[in-house]
Design a protein around this ligand. Structure first.
Ligand SMILES: *Cc1c(COP(=O)(O)O)cnc(C)c1O
Length: 212
């Protein structure tokens, strides 16, 4: 069957979705590939099922990449409440923005880009200013001592991983991505994060930024 999908999933020949547990919409583990043609769909079906085109014919190399019924069931349940979950995340993001807007040494633009008309608030990214006396990694360590685990999404940049860099024929510089990757940190965000916990994260961040 040919896939019918929205514009967002029509990049190139294949669009890949992750349903990993860290995503807003997840199946614990798993994902999907959206394709544009029946021929490609048949190829993908075989690829995820040991390369088998039928019970007796292996038409190509393949792997075992089938999604289990259990994972699919998790997703069906989540589908029922995804709008409320995103709305709760939006609320948490608003609570952060309200409190962090007044703090120097932080750049919040990346998490509130005006062109992002629609967001699922999967991350709450902030940038530690170049003027800050404390580095991004020191902020992360300081938060950790308060039991708060911020993440550096996305760092290192994909093209900086040694295995990937060695496959690339071309050298990339990407100065803007590099600058952001060195300053970004993502604060905890999830639907059930309470306002008092948001406050606790913000206070811990303020203490971190005040360190010299
Ligand atoms: C989640 C994510 C991945 C990893 O997806 P998996 O389903 O774990 O393979 C890769 N890149 C980006 C940008 C992601 O958000």
């Amino acid at each position: 069957m040919q896939c019918r999908c929205g514009l967002l999933l029509q990049h190139g020949d294949l669009s890949v979705l992750s349903f990993h547990a860290t995503k807003v919409f997840n199946t614990f583990e798993g994902g999907a590939v959206v394709c544009q043609t029946t021929a490609m769909k048949l190829k993908l079906d075989a690829f995820k099922n040991f390369g088998l085109a039928s019970e007796t014919l292996a038409s190509q190399p393949g792997i075992n990449a089938k999604m289990s019924e259990f994972n699919a069931a998790v997703r069906l349940l989540q589908l029922k409440q995804i709008d409320q979950l995103i709305e709760r995340r939006r609320h948490v993001a608003g609570e952060y923005l309200r409190r962090l807007g007044r703090i120097e040494d932080l750049d919040l633009t990346i998490g509130s880009l005006p062109q992002m008309k629609k967001s699922n608030y999967s991350y709450f990214p902030i940038l530690i200013s170049e003027k800050s006396a404390i580095s991004r990694d020191q902020v992360i360590e300081s938060l950790k001592t308060d039991g708060i685990f911020a993440r550096r999404y996305f760092f290192p940049l994909t093209h900086q991983f040694e295995a990937i860099a060695s496959w690339c024929k071309k050298q990339y510089d990407l100065p803007h991505a590099k600058r952001i990757a060195g300053r970004i940190l993502c604060l905890p965000i999830y639907p059930d994060l309470s306002t008092s916990d948001v406050e606790r994260v913000v206070q811990s961040l303020i203490r971190a930024l005040a360190k010299r």
